[in-house]
Ligand binder design. Sequence first.
Ligand code: FAD
Length: 472
Amino acid sequence: MSLSANTRVALIFCAFISLLLWLFLPYPWMWFVRYVDSVPPVSYDGRIQFNLDNLKKPKNETEIVNIVKDAYQSRRKIRVLADGHSWSQIAQTQDIMISLVDYAGIVEYDRKALTVTVRAGTPLHQISTDLDKMGLAMMNLGSVAGQSVAGAISTGTHGTGLTVGNLAENVLSLRIVTGNDGQVLTLSANDNNTDLFKAAQVSIGMFGVISEVTLKVQKKFKLKEIRTHHKLNYCLDHMDSLVKGDHKYVKMWVEFNNNFCVLYQTSETDEEITRIPTLEGFLIYYSFAIQTRITYLLPFLTPLMMHFVNIIGFGCDTVRVDKSYNIFNDFFHLPVHQEGEVVVPYSHAAEAVRAIESEVLIHQHPVNYMTEVRFVKGDDIWLSPEYGTVPGTCAITLTMYAPESTALQYFNAVYDVMKGFNARFHWGKHFKHGAREIEQLYPKYWEFKTLRAKMDPKNIFVNKFLDEKFEI
Ligand SMILES: Cc1cc2nc3c(=O)[nH]c(=O)nc-3n(C[C@H](O)[C@H](O)[C@H](O)COP(=O)(O)OP(=O)(O)OC[C@H]3O[C@@H](n4cnc5c(N)ncnc54)[C@H](O)[C@@H]3O)c2cc1C
């Protein structure tokens, strides 16, 4: 059968478009469903499907109160779903789902006192751009900014910098519509009842619906990021001087197979904005895009392909200056992937990274992305992974672009190794701890449970995941 010239062109065109979609949109359907509506019907990685049959989208606090009161009277369950950026089942419920997409924006700000009050559904990227117009900025951010402010603080989401706390640590006060018949409480560090505030700062949505958040912010600032590459051994041997040196925000991207480490050292600056060199952005994004697709199918090629990324993506050292939030957030998006995170006391940082390196090399886990090593100041927030640590923690993000079973095999193996370091986990990432381990790792576990029962006596804000972890 001979095809006409037009048909052949059409077929080649379709094949080319399919190749592009495969390379750059790993789950086109998921990308479509997540962005076609403002409330995501699936989680970031598409694994968790949310039941939106009983979705409520309140537009103000009174509507939130009424939804909670109704659930209290009729003994129903509620979860708030923000941007579904969590890999753990913390936002899941088969009953009432609340989305605060219609309850977003800045309520007020104070340039002198350096504070801002926002509605809980506001995405972090919106807060950054709105603050920028007012000459203000968030003190720190994680690597993406799609999360809502309440979602991010509820899980202890963090950026990097041993002198900078996680996002919950920047909270000055919270308004919560509690599970106690919709009673609204304003909690702050200055109250008599600081216990309640310390418990509510990272509460995984168990106290009720956070309605407003007041954050401490700072005058807007620029950052200069210096990116260099080294042997991993060098970075681990000199960790203390690198992390506690002149730079306030330091992170490492580690690649175990080739003993490779990309070091990001970042400080405030008055220099002119340079933005991202276009070539740099292009090389990193596309080398990862191609490499992850190939190693997903052929995992044995991982060490070789990662070597290729190390050279193409990170072979040159770079310097860039930009607005703070443009530097805190990664400037390119990794293909949809799986993430786990272990958080160890800073004093064990180098030792813990070496233990993960041994696990990867001995058991040949196909780790086809950089392992992110970040640092967070210690705090006194009851369920924060940084609780009670001095000077803070080392948060090691395990990332893999692979079938879920392969990723979980790797994460679980590392979680087991990390038991020796008393590692805590990130509440929003693949999570393995059971109730007994959580109890051991968080000294305020029982006090948290007691306050939770007062805030939500009918267990409205509980789902299967939380029931297991907190034995409610
Ligand atoms: C690509 C990617 C990058 C990431 N980068 C980082 C990073 O750099 N650092 C880091 O620490 N983490 C990071 N995370 C994890 C992420 O920040 C957390 O899982 C975060 O909680 C997700 O926020 P969300 O707004 O999507 O909330 P969801 O995942 O929708 O919800 C999280 C929890 O918060 C509760 N919640 C949300 N809103 C409210 C409210 N108003 N009242 C009460 N409870 C509420 C939900 O019920 C749920 O229990 C990343 C995740 C992804 C997918």
